[in-house]
Write a protein that binds this ligand. Structure first.
Ligand code: AMP
Ligand code: MG
Length: 531
C-alpha cells in the first residue's frame, strides 16, 4: 500500500477550529455556550466498533487508498476511538428556526468534527462523525445515532452525489457495538437498537443557523467573523469582504439554494425537515433524517410524521420554504449590510431563478430542447395534474415516457399502454384515462415540433430521469437485513445507486414500484424524527 495514500498521509488544515472563536469552557455538560463558534470535545471511543460499509469514491476523493478502509485502524479512527495526528475534534454552535419558530441554540448535539483534510487535488474536506456521543449541544438527548438512520444517511448521501444533486458525502458507516434506546414512534414504547456512526464529509458543514444564532444574541461581531471566514475559504472569487461583497454572497446563496431545490424536485426527493439549521451555506443537501422519495406523485406528501399535521415540508412546498429560510439568513446578516432593499431583491430573484430553473428542468425531463411559454406552461400544469389524479410512480413514469416513438402513428391507446406500468392502479378510471390520452397526444405534437429523433430524446431524458433511487421500502429492507446481521443489501444498493441513470442487468428489482405492503409501513412510507 503506497504510503502517500495512507491514513497517516492525510493532511489537515483545520481552518474553522483555528480561525473562529472557541468556547473557553472545557466540559461536556449540555449548556448554553456563549460567544463561541464551537466547543472542543472528543468523540466517545467505541472499542467494539465494526465496519458496515465505506465509500470507495469518497476515499479516493480524499486521496485515500480504498484498501485502507478495510483496516482495523480505519475502524478505530472513524468510530472515534483513535485520533489521527492533525485531528482537532469539536462540536459547532448554531441555532435555527424549527418548523417556523425560532429555537435558540441547537448546535452539533451528536456530530463531532474531526478536522479538515486538504486532498491531493487541493480540495478542502471537513470530516465529521455523526453519532459519536454527547457534546455541550446535546440538550436532553444522548448524542448517539441508531443503525437504521445511519444506513439511511450513508446510502442516500452517496446516492444523491451520483444523481448529481449537491450533497454532503459519507465516507464510512460503522456499527458501534453498543445499544441505544429509542422511542421510535414517540408512544412511550422504547426499545434498544444497535448504535452506529457515520463519517460525513463536506467542504464545510456551516448552516444558515450558524449565522442566525450570533445575530439573535446581538453578537454581530461574531456573525461578521463567521461570514468573513466563509467568504475567505468558500467564496474566494468574491474578493475582500465588504458590504457589497456580503450582498453578492447572499445572492450566491440564493442561487445555489435555488439550484439545490430544483434538483430535489427533479429526482423526487423530499427532505422532510427543512429547518434553517438543516440548510447548508454551500447549497448542499444536509442532515438526512426522515427524508423520503416520492413514489406516487403526490405534491402534498411529507415523509416526516412530525410534519404530517401542517405538511410544511411537503414535496411541493420545498421551493417556498427554502425562500422562507433564505429570509431568515437575510435577517441574520442584515446588521452587517443595512440595506434591506438589496436583500429583498436577492430574495425576489431567488423566486425568479427557481421558476426558470424548474421550467428548464421539466423541459429536460420531457426531452424538450427549450421551454416554450405558449405551449409548455399548460403542458406542464396538465402533466402535474394527471400525475396527481391517477396514482403514478414518478420515477417510472419519466423512464417509460422516454420509450414513446412519436411516429407510431400516434395511436393514443398504444401510447397509454407504454406508460401503464408506472400506474399504481390496475384500471384507470375512464375520465382520467381520457385526460392522460389527451395529454399524451399534445405531448407527442409538441415533440414533433421539437424535432429530435426518438433515440436522441430517449438518451437525453434518461440522463436526467433516474431509474434507480433509494426507494423508501428498499432502504427499509436493507435496514431490516442489517439489523439481522447481513450487510449484503447495503452493499448491493450502494453499487446500483452509483449509476442511477443506466439500466443494469439483473438489478430490475431495485427499479420496481413500491409494493403494497410498503404503503403504510413505518420506515417504508412514514418516518419519525427519532434517529
Ligand atoms: P435535526 O432536526 O435532526 O437536524 O436535529 C436538531 C438538533 O437536535 C441538532 O442540534 C442535533 O444535533 C440535535 N440532535 C438530534 N438528535 C440528537 C441526539 N440523539 N443526541 C443529541 N443531539 C441530537
Ligand atoms: Mg440538523
Amino acid at each position: 500500500m503506497s504510503a502517500i495514500y495512507s491514513l497517516d498521509a492525510l493532511k489537515f488544515d483545520n481552518s474553522f477550529y483555528n480561525q473562529l472563536p472557541a468556547d473557553p469552557v472545557i466540559n461536556n455538560n449540555s449548556r448554553h455556550v456563549n460567544a463561541a463558534c464551537y466547543s472542543k470535545v472528543n468523540p466517545m471511543p467505541f472499542p467494539k466498533a465494526s465496519l458496515v460499509a465505506y465509500s470507495r469514491d469518497m476515499a479516493l476523493e480524499l486521496g485515500l487508498n480504498p484498501m485502507e478502509c478495510m483496516t482495523q485502524r480505519f475502524t478505530e479512527i472513524f468510530s472515534g476511538t483513535l485520533l489521527l495526528k492533525g485531528m482537532q475534534p469539536f462540536a459547532a454552535c448554531y441555532g435555527g428556526h424549527q418548523f417556523g419558530n425560532w429555537a435558540g441554540q441547537l448546535g452539533d448535539g451528536r456530530a463531532i468534527n474531526l478536522g479538515e483534510v486538504i486532498s491531493k487535488k487541493g480540495q478542502r474536506w471537513a470530516l465529521q462523525l455523526k453519532g459519536s456521543g454527547p457534546t455541550p449541544y446535546s440538550r436532553h438527548a444522548d448524542g448517539f445515532a441508531v443503525l437504521r438512520s445511519s444506513i439511511r444517511e450513508f446510502l442516500c448521501s452517496e446516492a444523491m452525489h451520483h444523481l448529481r444533486v449537491p450533497t454532503t458525502r459519507a465516507l464510512s458507516l460503522l456499527r458501534t457495538g453498543t445499544q441505544v434506546e429509542r422511542d421510535m414512534f414517540y408512544n412511550g414504547q422504547s426499545k434498544m437498537e444497535p448504535g452506529a456512526v457515520v463519517c460525513r464529509v463536506a467542504p464545510s458543514f456551516i448552516r444558515f443557523g450558524n449565522f442566525e444564532l450570533f445575530t439573535s444574541r446581538n453578537q454581530t461581531d461574531i456573525t461578521k467573523q463567521l461570514l468573513d471566514y466563509t467568504i475567505e475559504h468558500f467564496f474566494q472569487h468574491l474578493g475582500k469582504p465588504s458590504k457589497e461583497v456580503y450582498i453578492q454572497w447572499f445572492n450566491e446563496i440564493c442561487l445555489s439554494t435555488a439550484r439545490l431545490i430544483t434538483e430535489w424536485m427533479r429526482v423526487g426527493f423530499v427532505h422532510g425537515v427543512m429547518n434553517t439549521d438543516n440548510m447548508s451555506i454551500l447549497g448542499l443537501t444536509i442532515d438526512y433524517g426522515p427524508y423520503g422519495w416520492l413514489e406516487d406523485y403526490d405534491p402534498h406528501w411529507t415523509p416526516n410524521t412530525t410534519d404530517a399535521g401542517g405538511r410544511r415540508y411537503a414535496y411541493a412546498k420545498q421551493p417556498e420554504i427554502a425562500q422562507w429560510n433564505l429570509l431568515q439568513l437575510a435577517n441574520a446578516i442584515y446588521p452587517l449590510i443595512e440595506d434591506a432593499q438589496a436583500l429583498e431583491s436577492a430574495l425576489e430573484n431567488y423566486k425568479k431563478v427557481y421558476d426558470i430553473a424548474w421550467r428548464d428542468m421539466m423541459s429536460s425531463k420531457l426531452g424538450l430542447n427549450t421551454f416554450t411559454q405558449a405551449s409548455d406552461e399548460v403542458l406542464f400544469q396538465d402533466l402535474v395534474r394527471n400525475l396527481k389524479n391517477t396514482e403514478t410512480d414518478m420515477t417510472l413514469f419519466f423512464r417509460h415516457l422516454s420509450e414513446l416513438e412519436i411516429n407510431m402513428n400516434t395511436n393514443v391507446d398504444q401510447l397509454l399502454s407504454m406508460i401503464k406500468p408506472a400506474f399504481y392502479v390496475e384500471e384507470i378510471a375512464a375520465d382520467e384515462a381520457d385526460n392522460i390520452k389527451t395529454w399524451l397526444s399534445q405531448y407527442v405534437e409538441r415533440l414533433k415540433s421539437d424535432g429530435k429523433t426518438d433515440e436522441a430524446r430517449r438518451q437525453q431524458m434518461n440522463s436526467v430521469n433516474p431509474l434507480y433511487v433509494l426507494r423508501n421500502y428498499l432502504a427499509q429492507e436493507a435496514i431490516e437485513q442489517a439489523e439481522a446481521g447481513s450487510y449484503t443489501m447495503i452493499h448491493e444498493l450502494q453499487e446500483v445507486l452509483k449509476n442511477p441513470y443506466e439500466e443494469q442487468v439483473g438489478k430490475e428489482r431495485f427499479a420496481e414500484k413500491r409494493p403494497d405492503w410498503a404503503k403504510q409501513k413505518a420506515g417504508a412510507s412514514m418516518l419519525s424524527c427519532s434517529s
